[in-house]
Ligand binder design. Structure first.
Ligand code: 48H
Length: 262
């Protein structure tokens, strides 16, 4: 059989468009495909939740690829070992309590298992706004990252979701959109972003999990964005907190979704 170039094009366009339409209304929409966002999407999808993740960049994985200062290794603490095992990520015990992985294997496994669990990941799409109703945030406003980079005046499209997760890393982009457009309305002491504090791995890793919670009606935060929103130290290239935070937000939302379906 001879290959037809037009069939190849039609296959891609029709199939991708079908996915986009299917995910116009979801249970959970996650902003950012770093370790926290991927882990959240995995644990939600594994339980049958309709979860979609939008990543601005071509590649999934956020700040994980480069390990620490481009030494492509990641460190994990004991508490995150069950999650590494769940994703079948191999590690070596460097010394008691410190587990080291290949960052490329780690990102690849997170991405592969998340997709296989049933989450849909759209890369090259940026979240530029939230959809709002009386009850709070009810969806996301999307545009091509290329439109943003080229500074083109192109109007976006919107999706509806029961819950939104801000897993956009240090930038905490959804939280910033809320404070810019709605005011100091976040569930923090000041209503504003409290800002990330200087490096302290031990305290930062605990704070990340502690700060993994709802930040505005309908919006939850996971990963590095937690410490940017609630104020907490950075922790450098130890990534266990990101996985634990992603898992915690999935568990919180699973409980919420279960409650609302009863
Ligand atoms: C679509 C977006 C948007 C948007 C951003 O930075 P990440 O890896 O975030 P986490 O929280 O999963 O992991 C943090 C970790 O990588 C890290 O930076 C650590 C541990 N730092 C410690 C330290 O001391 O520095 O991933 C976030 C992703 C990125 O891929 C962004 O491109 C993406 O979110 N993103 N995608 N729409 N508006 N904003």
């Amino acid at each position: 059989m001879k290959l037809d170039d037009i069939v190849i094009s039609r296959a891609i366009i029709e199939n991708w468009s079908k996915d986009l339409v299917e995910y116009l209304e979801v249970d959970v929409a996650i902003v950012g495909g770093g370790p926290a966002g991927l882990t959240a999407a995995y644990y939600l999808a594994k339980k049958g939740v309709k979860a979609v993740l939008y990543e601005r960049k071509l590649s999934i994985g956020g700040g994980m690829w480069g390990g620490g200062m481009m030494y492509n290794k990641c460190v994990f603490q004991e508490a995150s070992k069950p999650i590494l095992d769940e994703f079948k990520i191999r590690y070596e015990e460097y010394q008691p309590g410190y587990f080291i992985t290949d960052s490329l294997e780690t990102v690849s496994a997170l991405c592969l298992e998340t997709i296989r669990a049933g989450a849909r990941i759209f890369n090259l799409i940026s979240v530029e706004d939230v959809m709002i109703r009386e009850e709070g945030v009810t969806g996301l406003v999307l545009n091509w990252s290329a439109v943003d980079i080229a500074k083109l005046h192109v109007d976006p499209l919107t999706i509806r979701s029961k819950y939104v997760v801000d897993a956009s890393g240090h930038a905490a982009e959804v939280a910033k959109i809320i404070t810019r457009k709605i005011g100091k309305a976040l569930f923090t002491a000041t209503g504003d972003l409290m800002g990330e504090n200087p490096m302290w791995a031990e305290a930062g890793e605990h704070a990340i999990v502690e700060n993994t919670k709802e930040i505005y009606s309908g919006v939850y935060v996971a990963g590095m964005a937690c410490n940017a929103v609630f104020g907490g130290p950075r922790m450098g290239p130890i990534f266990g907190g990101m996985l634990l935070s992603g898992k915690k937000i999935a568990e919180l939302l699973l409980a919420k979704l279960k409650g609302s379906s009863n």
